[in-house]
Design a binder for this molecule. Structure first.
Ligand code: GLY
Length: 570
């Protein structure tokens, strides 16, 4: 592993000396843990994090690096990186100011509440998950340009050039990417009538070169025309033509009207830590803060990580937060989300009033919490970045499923999202993640679908402490919750905290998902004796985290659950 790493660095240097861009043609291998002082990038692909670190080296700030990484993963990580999807971003500047950018996809103007139901009101299987009708209006391009406009330092062109180069010249795909592309060939063929770079007559194998000339042309149009290079002109024409080929409903008007939205992050205290995260249309920030506040009165360290007591307490907090999610959370531009009430100390205390230390609750008997409404107002990807000045960016981006709705825009070479499945397509009917919803997350034209993405930044004593987030659908929120607690409550170092086995309860279905090997047989039995039902899964969510140690040293950790996760120190 170490010698491959040196080989990679040697190639980078050789390419640099020969005047080429460092990343083009380079072999790569992932580094899971890195240490540095001047900056850190943790991203889902080594080529992307190398680009992010290079941007920092060239004097770019954390936002520049985050934007360059997002553009690079649109090329090298096609299962989730994207220009055809959306994302959510939280920034904390060196001065401690915080901001959140919502560039989540929107329901097209022709969308309507029951669009995925048949004539007798049943959900048409997979209609919101695969094919043209599953796509929401993409937000990524507008979001990245807006994020850069407000917080970037280097010219946008410098940030998009590496992605253009990678798309034009191609890169060697990893074993994992080859296997994934092979496993989706049938779905790609089912949903695409015209050729695209992802469909191949022979099997993909590790080391094959993925060249994306049409995507390079899209990126070039964005480089020269900004948002108009995507939402108008040739790219927009190609998207609309693709929609017409497959009964999709995204129009020129949808594309031209798309705007990202700056929002105020949600923030709250867990013991000595201030946790800053994404507000709606994500459920992530609110649910994370609810869970942290519900477990805060208990001495977690005394229970011990993965003890029966700790898992029971955390799973019960998770159950209650997800029940509230299903009832109260949706796009605040369309629905009055009672954020303050959901995060009020008294409410959360009352929410845990029926917590029994010895016995599991039953989700059927435990609905969303009640309060007086007042007038207040499985694929995704994450990147965490800190720069030398202490600016931090936490950004999660998504096509929803692997390769989104599996439709590639012909002539433009990128996948469209299947984010419409994140709406509640019918009250009480679970989506692909088993999540249920209601009125708050019903489909409406122009509305954003509820997300679980949880880009998060944590402060301690007014200083930057941690940056983290993850892909993983509904399991994102509980993964961020657990990795954070592993560090601040169970005192693990960051690498052990990310690597530690995880578990997940989301109210419905009423069981705890447990990663293989995460809990001992005794703890599993103890939980079952309390009335919990346990289900094993191979793994859940893929956390990318950075911790700032006292004195300023940065530790970056990529998750071993994704072989391509990579941490690069600057
Ligand atoms: N598409 C996954 C999420 O936003 O939660």
């Amino acid at each position: 592993m170490r010698s491959r790493r040196f080989f990679f660095i040697f190639l980078l240097l050789a390419n640099l000396l020969s005047g080429q861009k460092a990343w083009v043609g380079a072999e790569y291998t992932a580094t899971k843990t890195a240490e540095g002082e001047r900056g850190m990038v943790v991203a889902p692909h080594p080529l992307a994090s190398a680009i992010g670190a290079e941007v920092l080296r060239q004097g770019g700030n954390a936002m520049d690096a985050a934007v360059a990484v997002q553009l690079a993963i649109a090329v090298v990580y096609p299962r989730a990186g994207n220009v055809g999807g959306g994302g959510l971003l939280v920034i904390r500047t060196q001065n401690g100011e915080t901001d959140a950018l919502d560039y989540r996809e929107k329901a097209p103007l022709a969308a309507f509440r029951d669009m995925y139901l048949d004539s007798i009101g049943n959900v048409v299987p997979r209609l919101s998950q695969e094919g043209h009708l599953a796509a929401g209006v993409p937000g990524t391009v507008a979001g990245l340009i807006e994020a850069h406009r407000k917080y970037g330092r280097l010219p946008f062109k410098a940030l998009i050039d590496p992605a253009i180069e990678l798309a034009r010249k191609g890169f060697s795909i990893s074993e994992g990417e080859a296997a994934r592309l092979n496993s989706f060939q049938e779905a790609f063929r089912r949903n695409n009538t015209l050729p695209n770079p992802f469909i191949k007559p022979l099997k993909w194998k590790a080391g094959d070169r993925l060249v994306q000339k049409e995507l390079a042309a899209v990126l070039l149009r964005i480089r020269s025309r900004g948002e108009a290079g995507f939402y108008e002109g040739k790219t927009a024409d190609l998207i609309v033509k693709e929609m017409q080929r497959g009964n999709g409903i995204i129009t020129h008007e949808d594309l031209k009207n798309y705007r990202p939205q700056w929002r105020k992050p949600v923030a709250g205290q867990y013991k000595g830590y201030r946790v800053i995260s994404m507000p709606p249309p994500s459920s992530g920030g609110i649910a994370l803060l609810q869970m942290l506040k519900m477990v805060a009165p208990y001495d977690m360290a005394q229970y011990g990580i993965h003890s029966k007591e700790a898992v029971h307490l955390m799973a019960e907090a998770e159950r209650r937060a997800y029940a509230d999610r299903a009832e109260y959370l949706g796009d605040t531009d369309f629905y009055r989300v009672p954020t303050d009430s959901l995060l009020a100390a008294g409410y959360l205390q009352q929410r845990m009033a029926d917590f029994n230390k010895m016995q599991a609750s039953h989700s059927k008997a435990l609905s969303a919490g009640k309060f007086k409404l007042n007038k207040e107002s499985f694929e995704t990807e994450h990147t965490s970045v800190v720069d030398a000045e202490g600016n931090a960016v936490s950004v999660t981006t998504t096509l929803n499923s692997n390769y989104g709705c599996k439709v590639v825009v012909a002539g433009a070479g990128f996948f469209l999202n299947n984010e419409m499945d994140d709406f509640s397509v019918k009250p009480g009917v679970p989506n692909q993640f088993g999540l249920v919803g209601n009125e708050a997350n019903a489909i409406h034209p122009g509305k954003r679908m509820l997300s679980s993405m949880t880009p998060t930044i944590v402060e301690k004593d007014g200083e930057l402490f941690m940056v983290l987030g993850a892909p993983g659908g509904s399991t994102i929120i509980t993964a961020v919750f657990q990795v954070l607690l592993n560090v601040v409550a169970f005192n693990l170092d960051l690498e052990s905290a990310v690597n530690a086995g995880r578990f997940h309860h989301q109210w419905l279905p009423d069981h705890i998902l447990v990663e293989e090997g995460a809990l001992s047989p005794e703890v599993r039995k103890g939980l079952e004796d309390m009335g919990h039902s346990l289900q094993s899964v191979k793994y859940m969510a893929v956390v990318k985290a950075i911790q700032r140690l006292p004195g300023g040293r940065l530790i970056g950790v990529g998750d071993p659950r994704n072989p391509d996760d990579d941490a690069e120190a600057e």
